[in-house]
Design a protein around this ligand. Sequence first.
Ligand SMILES: Nc1ncnc2c1ncn2[C@@H]1O[C@H](COP(=O)(O)OP(=O)(O)OP(=O)(O)O)[C@@H](O)[C@H]1O
Ligand SMILES: [Mg+2]
Length: 324
Amino acid sequence: MRQETALQVNGLRVSYLAGEGEVKAVDDVTFSLYPGERLGVVGESGSGKTTLALALMRLHKPPASIKGGEARLGGRDILKLEQEDMRKLRWSELSLIPQGSMNSLNPVVRIKHQMADAIEAHDSSMTRAEINKHIVHLLGRVSLPESVAEMYPHELSGGMKQRVCIALAIILEPSVIIADEPTSALDVVVQRVVMQTLNDVQQQLNAAMIIIGHDMGLMAQSADRLAVMYAGKMVEVAPIASFFNDPQHPYSKLLISSLPSPEEKRELTGIPGSQPSLLDLPSGCAFHPRCPVAVERCKQEIPVLRQIDSQRRAACHLVEEQAS
Ligand SMILES: Nc1ncnc2c1ncn2[C@@H]1O[C@H](COP(=O)(O)OP(=O)(O)OP(=O)(O)O)[C@@H](O)[C@H]1O
Ligand SMILES: [Mg+2]
């Protein structure tokens, strides 16, 4: 088994302290990210994916706070780093393509100036000529022509804007990239092409990547392993092929069975019921009210994410009982 990890997250807890109480948006999340691999993280809206991404970057804002756990990158626990040390590590070792980032490009600033600002912010030693050269190099990496440098965001298509955001994330060639729904605002065809660019970039840099999304089809195209989040917890982690061929958690099974077949163009039907409010979680397993196979124990005991074989983990009492 592979031992070395690019990023090792143990028992991470992140809460929002809202007026009504504590929202445990990331609740005891543990996973490994191996060098060069692509780990997909999927889950319904509100399951904690963005909170996880922001906390790992230490870019979460109040009322969010990290309540516990560690995130080891290159021998250090980045959750304990001083802000200044974290600032140095961001973008050079760990970078984020934020959710909705293509819509946060500055509309009145040419792409080359936005890229130059980002480069200067992280590396003050480069001359103007070096910066310009680096911009051209970065645009090439994301399959954009040099002419894009002179343009304003409104002159670019959604797919081109998203490529600019990918270029911004790789300015300092990080070893870990977190991409939060990098294609969700794009149409289906463009989604696949942009995802391919992201994969190419990740491979060229030999970076490890966390890809957050809802689209299981895109995940199947991109991810090596998949982690499923439900109500702040990871409920299954497995290599992509075994996930689709032999899902373990009842929620994973429903996610897969709700996928439209390739020949059908219909919308995702989704899973009956809705995710519970994080302020008022059901007892026991948070999924039990929607679970078609729940038993009494599921209403009482919170299942732990346990190893079910050398590569797969699931948090379900029934899976655990079957395995033993
Ligand atoms: N600023 C906030 N204040 C209070 N609670 C928040 C705040 N932001 C998020 N939350 C809570 O944290 C939970 C997780 O939110 P998060 O944005 O991480 O979900 P997500 O999985 O990224 O969803 P999406 O797929 O819609 O992007 C939400 O259910 C919400 O209850
Ligand atoms: Mg999100």
